[in-house]
Write a protein that binds this ligand. Sequence first.
Ligand code: IMP
Length: 203
Amino acid sequence: MKILIATTNPGKMAELSSMLDLDIDWCSLSDFPNTTEVEEDGQTFTENARKKALGYAKQTGLWAIADDSGLVIDALDGAPGVHSARFCGAKDKNRTLIDHRNIAKVLDLMKNTPAEERTARFVCCLCLASPDEVLFETKGTVEGMITTEEIGQGGFGYDPIFMVKDLGQTAAQLPPDQKNQVSHRGNAIKKLKPLLITQLLKI
Ligand code: IMP
């Protein structure tokens, strides 16, 4: 069975295929350079993940897994949310880097937000689609608090300002393995695995 992981990001590809750990011939969008980019213009993470999974499954004729993720901050009414990658404007294609401009915007918007109101979560939605239909979706979250300054050197995106609940460290301070264990993406992938196995047994 060949399944497309709808990303060109080698890190995401490696994380998904190794966490799923199934006897599947995985491929990524890098194997299909002629696909047209599916726009992430949905209002929710679920909508974007569905749109990408179905769009790329139709273009390649394969089952496709797509994800959408971001940071949801309660004090900002859910922002940056689906706009996480482009909170300051154009999307930063290099998502392996800390996005200091997006972080600065968040910290500025929250400069008067007291500690107890700085609750937030990372959310990840995953969707598996065949070329005809959405087969299933999963959602993973990780709860935390927004710090008042950047702490830690690792990770990417908003990791340095996300203090992971109960760990007392920001996502940027966690070793990658530990982050994957607790992360929104890790949680969504763990939920996806049994559903994928059930779906594969049907064919
Ligand atoms: P995408 O779903 O890979 O496009 O990610 C959307 C954006 O959400 C990223 O560019 C980051 O800004 C943010 N984001 C998603 N997951 C994480 C994470 O684990 N750490 C930090 N930022 C994240």
